[in-house]
Design a protein around this ligand. Structure first.
Ligand code: HEM
Length: 435
């Protein structure tokens, strides 16, 4: 412990330095620290920096909500910056505040409702493909299917017709590598550079008055102004578009991937989902924000999948001002680690935590609001796309599940890949059958 650290009240923790990254070893280390030292653990990193692992739900909430202005985004975000520049997810302070205010209106319920027709279109394309596979008795890679679905959806909701005329002109979607390539190495930098020049040319044409839908995200972002009436510069806009693409597809895609996997192993859940979908969405013209809102059981299944497999499984922050948590001090420059994955599986809050049980999220269960559940984070930096993603996932399940049964072809449980996002380490394959 350094002399500076000695004057603060520091929680208990190991004496030797602890290396933390955003990987599977880090999960094991944090779980071990928690079992040995409790819910507030301090440690020194190999570079001498103080770090806390906070696993007390009250303190987690405090850091993300009331005290959020004392913390910036933490370690691990440098890698994300390679892709997203200074976009909303990685920026801090005044830059973040200005962008968030400018972007927020694009995520109003009214605007998201206008995008539901794109969600239906993207499901239709999957249905055509799955029907072909089913007719030929072929197996489908549900991991790439959910990924392609979510990627296509976010790109069309951003670019509308430009997606078809400017982005997928040569067959292959130039953004597809984002879902296939988990490395963030030099080849990815080159591909990102290419994408940025493609996006820039679309932006230039839009600024020059070229077509498009007034309600796609790009139009909304182009119209956004700050309190001084300034709009985004081209560079800012590029960062925000890349942020929207990256934040907006892999998280929902991963969740849907796990949902298909879980449903195939829980026929009783599948039967209830289908009954609800048939009831509330007897045909596509019955689809509306209200009918989706009334699909309560589907909501529960999605929440339970997000409890077990929160796509953002580890949040990091760095204090830039002194803070006080429980009976401890947080000196400036302390790295903070918070993990939805660990809290969502802590038996004290979630009995029999490994069990998939959507009943935990029953609307009538009062205690559900007292349990730690924060897959979308909390507070002012909470996910902007939460409502969008629930609609997207409900439309996907509501339209596709009553038509297709996905039969598991492999009984082994997929390993977890714990990077910036939590994914299945191997793609999941299933056999589609028409109902
Ligand atoms: C299941 C789906 C999703 C999950 C679990 C999820 C989760 C999260 C989490 C945990 C954060 C905060 C990260 C942190 O503070 O370190 C976040 C931020 C964000 N998400 Fe999502 N997300 C999802 C879908 C989406 C979608 C579909 C969009 C866009 C259409 C989106 C856009 C954003 C944006 C723009 C931010 C940055 C907010 C800010 O910093 O002000 N997300 N998301």
């Amino acid at each position: 412990m350094t002399s500076v650290q000695r004057k603060f009240r520091i929680p208990p923790g190991p004496v030797d330095p602890v290396a933390l990254g955003i990987d599977a070893e880090t999960l094991a280390t944090l779980q071990q620290l928690q079992s040995e030292h409790g819910d507030m653990v301090s440690m020194t990193k190999p570079n001498g920096r103080l770090a806390y692992f906070v696993n007390d739900p009250v303190e987690v909430r405090r850091i993300l909500t009331r005290r959020h202005s004392k913390y910036n985004k933490g370690p691990g975000f440098e890698r994300v910056k390679m892709l997203l520049g200074n976009g909303l997810i990685v920026s801090d302070g005044d830059v973040w505040r200005r962008s968030r205010r400018m972007i927020q209106p694009a995520f109003s319920r009214q605007n998201v409702h206008r995008l539901m027709k794109v969600m239906v279109e993207c499901c239709d394309r999957r249905a055509v493909h799955w029907a072909e596979l089913a007719a030929q008795g072929e197996v489908c890679n549900i991991t790439s299917e959910t990924s392609d679905f979510a990627l296509e959806l976010i790109l069309i909701t951003i670019f509308s017709d430009d997606y078809h005329t400017r982005i997928v002109t040569e067959g292959e979607n130039p953004f597809a590598f984002l879902s296939r390539d988990s490395t963030r190495d030099l080849s990815v930098v080159m591909k990102v550079r290419h994408l940025r020049s493609l996006l820039l040319s679309i932006i230039e044409d839009r600024r020059a008055g070229g077509g498009a839908d007034d309600f796609d995200f790009l139009s909304m972002y182009l119209q956004a102004t700050d309190k001084d009436g300034q709009s985004f510069s081209d560079a800012e806009l590029l960062d925000e578009l890349m942020t929207l693409i990256v934040a907006g597809f892999e998280t929902s895609a991963n969740t849907l991937n796990w949902v298909w996997y879980l449903i195939a192993r829980h026929p009783e859940v599948e039967a209830k989902l289908i009954a609800e979908a048939r009831d509330h969405l007897p045909n596509v013209s019955a689809l509306s924000a209200d009918s989706l809102a009334s699909m309560q059981y589907t909501q529960q299944v999605l929440e339970e999948a997000l409890r077990l497999y929160p796509p953002v499984w580890l949040f990091t922050r760095r204090s830039h001002a002194e803070d006080e948590l429980e009976h401890f001090d947080v000196p400036p420059d302390t790295d903070i680690y918070l993990s939805p994955f660990i809290l969502h599986r802590t038996p004290h809050y979630w009995p029999d935590p490994e069990r998939f049980d959507p009943e935990r999220f029953r609307e009538t269960d009062q205690s559900k609001n007292e349990r730690p559940f924060f897959p979308f984070s909390l507070g002012p930096r909470r996910c902007l796309g939460e409502y969008f993603s629930f609609l997207e996932m409900k439309v996907h399940l509501g339209l596709l599940l009553p038509r297709f049964r996905m039969q598991a072809v492999d009984e082994t449980q997929p390993q977890l890949e714990l990077g910036i996002n939590l994914r299945a380490a191997e793609d999941i394959h299933m056999k589609p059958m028409q109902r």
